[in-house]
Design a protein around this ligand. Structure first.
Ligand code: FAD
Length: 346
C-alpha cells in the first residue's frame, strides 16, 4: 500500500506546521487561561486565529476532493489532521473540528439546496457551529436501529420528542443547529425506520440539561451535553434526504468522522510522548534523571510502538477509504477506534 502524500498535500502540511509553530503553540496558554476564567464562552484569541488561518487558505482541509480546491484524499489529510491534533483547539482554528466536519459532510452529501444555503454555508465559513444528536441514555446507541427519539409528521411540520446525551458541541454559544436522528416509522423495515432532521438550536422545546464529563473533563466551551427535545416543532423541509433515510446517513457520516478522530488522537499521543520524554530528562530521582530507569525507558519504547502501530492502521483505513470506499473500509475504521492510544475517540 502506498501511503505517500501528494505534492500539494505536502505543501499544505508544511504550511500547517508553520502556522502551528508561529501562532498556535504560542497561543496555547492564552487559550487555556481564557477557558479557565470563563468556561462557557469562546476565547477571542480563537476567533482571531480562525480568521488568520482562513485568510491563508488553511481552511476546511477535511473536505473531500469533489467539494474543495485543496483536493485532499484521506491519506493526504491524515498527517495534516494529526498535526492539528497536537493542540486541542487547533482543529477548530482550521475549521476542521468535530462534530462540524461530519455535519458539513452530511449536509454536502444529503442536504437539499435550501438546507445547504441556510445551514452549510455558515458552517463552511466558520460563522456557526453544530451538534449531532444520535446517542440516547435509554438505549444501547452503538446500534443505531435502537434509537427511539420520535420524529413524527404533523401536516407541514415534524414533531421531535426524546432525550439525547453526548451531543458534542451543543453547549457552544455558536451552536445553531442539531442534526437529530430519530424513529419516524416503527412499522417500516429495520433500516428504514429512522430519519435525520435539522433542528435549529433556538426552537422552543430544545433544552440543554447538563454537560457530561469525560475522565473528569467537561471540554468547555464545547461540551458534551444531555439535551431534551420536548415536542419540538420544525418545518417538514428540515428532514434530510427524506423520511426513512436516517440509517443510511448515519452509516455515511460515522466512517469519515471516526477516522478523523483517530488521526487527531495520533497527534495528541505524539505530543504526550514528547512531553513524557522531556519530563524524564528534567526530573531526577535517586541521583539521576528518570529516564535512566529501565522501567521508564520500557514505557517510552512501548508508547513509541503503540503510536506507530496505530498510525499505520489509520493510514491503512484511510487508503482503503480512498481506493475502495467508506463502506468497504468499515471493518478497518472500527478497528482503529479500539486501539489503546486512540480510545475514547468515537
Ligand atoms: C467524548 C464523546 C463524545 C461523543 N459525541 C457524540 C456526539 O456528538 N453525538 C452522539 O450522538 N454521540 C456521541 N458520543 C456517544 C458515542 O458515540 C456512544 O457512546 C457510542 O455510540 C456507544 O453508545 P452507548 O454509549 O449507548 O453504548 P452501548 O451501545 O450501550 O454499548 C456499551 C458497550 O457495549 C459494546 N457493544 C455494543 N454492542 C456490541 C456488540 N455487538 N459486540 C461487542 N460489543 C458491543 C460497545 O462497544 C460499548 O463498549 C460521544 C461519546 C463520547 C465519549
Amino acid at each position: 500500500m502506498d501511503f505517500s502524500m501528494s505534492e500539494r498535500a505536502q505543501q499544505i502540511h508544511q504550511q500547517v506546521i508553520q502556522f502551528m509553530e508561529e501562532f498556535v503553540y504560542p497561543a496555547e496558554e492564552a487559550l487555556h487561561q481564557a477557558t479557565a476564567d470563563d468556561r462557557w464562552s469562546v476565547p477571542p484569541v480563537l476567533e482571531e486565529l480562525k480568521q488568520r488561518a482562513k485568510s491563508l487558505g488553511l481552511w476546511n482541509l477535511f473536505l473531500p476532493s469533489a467539494f474543495s480546491d485543496s483536493g485532499l484524499s484521506n491519506v493526504d489529510y491524515a498527517p495534516i489532521c494529526e498535526t492539528m491534533g497536537r493542540v486541542f483547539a487547533a482543529p477548530e482554528i482550521f475549521n476542521c473540528s468535530a462534530p462540524d466536519t461530519g455535519n458539513m459532510e452530511v449536509l454536502l452529501h444529503y442536504g437539499s439546496e435550501g438546507q445547504k444555503e441556510q445551514w452549510l454555508t455558515p458552517l463552511l465559513n466558520g460563522d456557526t457551529r453544530s451538534a449531532f444528536a444520535m446517542t440516547e441514555p435509554d438505549v444501547a446507541s452503538s446500534d443505531a436501529t435502537n434509537i427511539c427519539t420520535r420524529i413524527e409528521r404533523q401536516g407541514e411540520h415534524y414533531i421531535v420528542d426524546g432525550r439525547k446525551w453526548w451531543s458534542s458541541g451543543a453547549a457552544d454559544p455558536r451552536c445553531e443547529l442539531f442534526i437529530v436522528m430519530g424513529l419516524s416509522d416503527p412499522g417500516a423495515s429495520k433500516y428504514q425506520q429512522h430519519s435525520m432532521i435539522i433542528v435549529p438550536r433556538n426552537t422552543p422545546g430544545v433544552e440543554l440539561v447538563r454537560n457530561l464529563t469525560v475522565f473528569g473533563f467537561d471540554d468547555a466551551p464545547h461540551g458534551h451535553s444531555e439535551v431534551v427535545f420536548d415536542r419540538v416543532k420544525v418545518p417538514a423541509e428540515n428532514i434530510l434526504l427524506g423520511e426513512g433515510s436516517g440509517f443510511e446517513i448515519a452509516q455515511g457520516r460515522l466512517g469519515p468522522g471516526r477516522i478523523h478522530h483517530c488521526m487527531r488522537a495520533m497527534g495528541a499521543a505524539e505530543r504526550a510522548l514528547e512531553l513524557m520524554c522531556r519530563r524524564t530528562k528534567s526530573r531526577e530521582a535517586f541521583g539521576g534523571p528518570l529516564y535512566k530507569n529501565d522501567v521508564v525507558l520500557h514505557n517510552i519504547a512501548h508508547s513509541r510502538m503503540e503510536i506507530d502501530q496505530a498510525r499505520l492502521l489509520t493510514l491503512r483505513a484511510a487508503h482503503m477509504m480512498d481506493t475502495v470506499g467508506n463502506k468497504a473500509a468499515r471493518r478497518e475504521i472500527a478497528m482503529i477506534r479500539l486501539l489503546p492510544c486512540v480510545q475514547p475517540a468515537r
